[in-house]
Write a protein that binds this ligand. Structure first.
Ligand code: MN3
Length: 244
């Protein structure tokens, strides 16, 4: 009896293998799927953290749907082109003029939103520009209020969808710029390149649920959630790079 059980068990083990080996073309295991090149990081705060300046629902859709779609579409574009694999997001930005539109739109979308989330914090928690950044703002714009007015004008004046930026240019000076769609100041194809310190998303998806057509109101309220400690750190790093 025990021999029969042992035999049955042995046959059960051996037979499928024997059958597989007898087929004309041995099965080839598919290669394990590659992990995606880029992933969506969680927000650095809860979705409701920016209330009442940016509403919870906007944050959920903007991060979970819009930003996720940029990441997914970028991964698809990179997977389809062997020459792009292994490149960092920054490396893609630096050679964007030679890359397909799918990489420009979705790579820009991924970089811009990652930067945007990390530019913001709870209302009233953002502090003030560092002494060095405040001095540079005074030097290049006249005052913080004049800088804010220039930034607001760039955001309000962007026709259609795009971004307003504060950058450090090649000459070390601060400058307000604007880019269409998901372009950004790191891309080799934009007119005004530089190290971004601050960027605001003026696509309607960033504000429409709460502000509808009042983009100017959104731009005005947005200062309440700007994290000046992060912006000041970016300025220090950009200036250190120039001196480097
Ligand atoms: Mn957006």
């Amino acid at each position: 009896m025990s021999h029969r059980i042992a035999l049955a068990a042995l046959l059960a083990l051996v037979l499928p293998t024997a059958l597989a080996q007898s087929s004309a073309t041995p099965p080839v295991a598919p290669p394990p799927p590659k992990p995606p090149a880029f992933t969506l990081a969680p927000l650095p705060y809860p979705h409701e953290a920016l209330e009442p300046v940016i509403d919870t629902r906007t944050m959920q859709i903007h991060h979970g749907k819009h930003h996720q779609a940029y990441v997914d579409n970028l991964n698809r574009a990179v997977a389809a082109d062997a020459s792009l694999q292994g490149l960092s997001l920054e490396a893609l930005m630096a050679r964007m003029s030679k890359l397909p539109d799918a990489v420009r739109n979705n790579g820009g979308g991924h970089w811009n939103h990652d930067f945007f989330w990390r530019t913001m914090t709870r209302p009233g928690q953002g502090g003030a520009p560092s002494a060095a950044l405040a001095a540079a703002i005074d030097r290049d714009f006249g005052s913080l209020d004049k800088f804010k007015a220039a930034f607001r004008a760039a955001g309000a004046g962007r026709f259609g969808s795009g971004w307003a930026w504060l950058i450090v240019g090649a000459d070390g000076k601060l400058k307000v710029t604007s880019t269409p769609n998901q372009d950004n100041p790191l891309m080799d194809l934009v007119a005004e390149r530089g190290a971004p310190l601050l960027g605001n998303d003026v696509w309607e998806h960033a504000y429409y649920l709460q502000y509808q057509n009042r983009r100017g109101d959104y731009l005005d309220a947005w200062w309440q959630v700007v994290d000046w400690s992060v912006v000041s750190q970016r300025y220090a790093a950009a200036i250190a790079d120039k001196r480097g």
